[in-house]
Structures are given as C-alpha cells and as structure tokens.
Design a protein around this ligand. Sequence first.
Ligand SMILES: Cc1cc2nc3c(=O)[nH]c(=O)nc-3n(C[C@H](O)[C@H](O)[C@H](O)COP(=O)(O)O)c2cc1C
Length: 162
Amino acid sequence: MKIIVIYGTNSGGTYLAAQIISEALTGLGHQVTIKNATEADHHELQNYDLVVMGSNTWNFSKEEGLPHEEIRKFLNKISYNNVPLENKNFAVYGLGDSSYMYFCGSVDVLEKFLSERQVKLVIPSLRIDGFYFRQAENTEKIRQWTENLGKLGVVGELGEDG
Ligand SMILES: Cc1cc2nc3c(=O)[nH]c(=O)nc-3n(C[C@H](O)[C@H](O)[C@H](O)COP(=O)(O)O)c2cc1C
C-alpha cells in the first residue's frame, strides 16, 4: 500500500512515533511517506491507500486537550475545501500524558472529525502515555500497533495491492 503519515509535534515525540510507524510499515513492504502537517497538502490524500494521522495533545488559548495547531489547520483546510474523505482508510495515533484532564484529547478530536465525514478507522486508535518517560515500552507499543495496521493491507482488507 501507499501510506502517508501526517504528524504534528512540539517536542518531537510524535515525529519519532511517525518514524517508528514508517520503519515498521516499510519492513512489511509498504511504501511510506512522512510529512509534518505544515507541509502536507490536503489534495494529496487521494494519492494514498491509507492515511495515518498523529498528534500530540496541547492547550491553546486556555482550551485544553487539543490537537497540534498545524493538525488543526490541516483539518480546517480539509473542511474548507470539502475534500471528500468517504471510503478513505484512516488510522489515528496520539501522544499525551494521563496526568492531564483530557488524556490524548487530540485522538478524540480527530476521531470525531473523521466520523463526521463518514470515515471508518481501519484499526482502533493508539494512545501513548508519557512517550519520553517510558520510551522503550512505548516504542514497542507503537511497533505492535503498526504491525496490526500493516497486516490489514496484506490480508486485503484495505485494498488490493497490499
Ligand atoms: C502545555 C501542555 C499541555 C498539554 N496538554 C495535554 C492534554 O491536555 N492531554 C494530554 O494527554 N497531554 C497533554 N500534554 C502532554 C503532551 O501531549 C505530551 O507530552 C506529548 O508526548 C508531547 O508530544 P510531542 O513530543 O510530539 O510534542 C500537554 C503538554 C504540555 C506541555
């Protein structure tokens, strides 16, 4: 499959997670592109069999539990341009910290945005708690999630070219 991983990060963890995901998917024979949300173009989504979106959770203007600003801008561009997403394959992952009130709130926001556009997630979303505090354990968790994600295409659930 052709896969794009679009991420938003402040301290780099969500980018490192994107790299782990990319390496694991590449190892399973997929063709993977990683893009920061700042450089991702909403028009190019149609070029991929699977879109993986990843965001940290932050607060902005006193509002807590939100996706990264660039991810929110990207979602706004999709809405503004009415980019059709129905029947597109998406997966979502988020980095957060369970000491905050809205743990991985970005995942909830992304899931809501996608479900409102009739997108079905191909796998339950991944929520990573305290990435840098338990990096080895979290890296393994990300790898396992990605293995499941990557295998979906192999058994033909996502498309024909696996
Ligand atoms: C100002 C601030 C606000 C945050 N708000 C939340 C939050 O509401 N929910 C959550 O789960 N994590 C929250 N976090 C934790 C970050 O999402 C977490 O540290 C994440 O791993 C950062 O990812 P990054 O390295 O990609 O930026 C917050 C962190 C900071 C510094």
